[in-house]
Write a protein that binds this ligand. Structure first.
Ligand SMILES: [Cu+2]
Length: 354
């Protein structure tokens, strides 16, 4: 009896410590597993990785390594909008990582101070553009294409494995504006003017839009072609230097001196309106070296040409009135008579009685 009981107590003594260790391990691993679970999708090919459905493998291939630092290498990417892009995501470490690309524009929307639960909640509220889990040693290929409306924005990418983003596993994807869809030609003259001084980009269906501009110098002075970033804003001659200091121009091309020299560049236009462009060389703007770029607005109609008629209509009208008055007066004069009446002939008096 006593021997039996002591053997049972001995068995409990061996099992209980292992049980305690097991419960502790589960308690430690549990939260991590529960956070990670939603993102460890077994979708290994494309995931829900397409900003535009049906994106094909692109001419632009961007390799990204996911490391145990933990970090992305590189931690910044750039691709144009409306172009198919292929991401090659390689996990070079020994731990799981995810490549999760936020759909909310901004460089610092996701904060490293967030808890894994907050990161999780963010991506439940804002479905990511890309969300793939990459196992150690694996490479995942993702095809995507950014819409034109996403251009000129930054999108963060992070690993949502708990505490990896918080430890610095993050990067920023910049979507550039794509290829130019409009061509503009402009020239500068020694009479300190732009020729033409009105440019137009019309029938734009979506912004931002890129225009390619070629500026040719027809004279010997050097100039600049500097476009205001503000729509419907008239630049003042008095403070244009400080204006462009605080408002980065859409483009500022130095036009080299010498007839025939040419310079070209792209400018990105975010919306419709009238954008003034000027020459920054001191004195040139004041002398009249400016023009206007009309975006989705037709240039104003030219002022009516001066009449080439020798005699204007209104002048004829007034002349006719004066002529009429003169005729009436002449008629009245001739009828009534103004000249002194002819003296009434004195009746011949009879011979004086004298
Ligand atoms: Cu100039």
């Amino acid at each position: 009896m006593a021997a039996h009981r002591s053997r049972r107590r001995w068995a409990y003594a061996r099992i209980v410590p292992w049980g305690v260790v097991g419960v502790l391990l589960l308690a430690l691993a549990g939260p991590g597993l529960s956070w990670a679970a939603p993102y460890h999708r077994s979708v290994v090919e494309v995931g829900y990785a397409t900003a535009i459905p049906g994106a094909a493998p692109g001419p632009t291939v961007l390799p990204v390594n996911l490391t145990d630092a933990p970090a992305f290498d590189p931690n910044n990417l750039t691709a144009p909008a409306s172009v198919n892009v292929t991401l090659r995501l390689s996990n070079t470490g020994a731990y799981d990582h995810t490549f999760t690309l936020s759909s909310v524009p901004g460089r610092a929307v996701l904060k490293p101070t967030w808890t894994p639960r907050q990161v999780d909640q963010f991506f439940q509220n804002h479905t990511p553009i890309v969300n793939v889990s990459v196992a150690p040693g694996a490479t995942v290929v993702v095809n995507l294409s950014f819409a034109p409306s996403q251009a000129l924005n930054y999108y963060q990418y992070v690993s949502v494995v708990p505490y990896q983003f918080q430890a610095g596993m993050a990067g920023v994807f910049y979507v550039s504006g794509g290829s130019p869809s409009y061509n503009l030609t402009e020239s500068t003259t020694d009479s300190l003017s732009f020729l033409p001084n009105e440019l137009a980009v019309l029938n734009v269906t979506h912004f931002p839009v890129i225009a390619h501009v070629v500026v040719t110098n027809t004279g010997t002075f050097s100039h600049t072609f500097t476009v205001s970033p503000l729509a419907n804003y008239t630049i003042s001659v008095a403070n244009y230097t400080s204006f462009f200091f605080t408002n980065t121009p859409l483009i500022s091309l130095p036009v080299p001196s010498g007839a025939g020299s040419t310079v070209a560049g792209n400018l990105t236009i975010r919306g419709p309106g009238v954008y003034e462009y000027i020459c920054l060389i001191p004195g040139h703007f004041a002398a009249g070296m400016y023009g206007f770029l009309y975006v989705n607005l037709p240039p104003p109609p030219p002022p009516p040409a001066p009449s080439t008629a020798l005699i204007q209509g209104w002048l004829l009208g007034i002349a006719a009135i004066f002529l009429g008055v003169a005729l009436v007066l002449a008629f009245a004069v001739s009828y009534i008579g103004r000249r002194p009446r002819e003296p009434t002939p004195v009746p011949e008096s009879p011979a004086s009685p004298h």
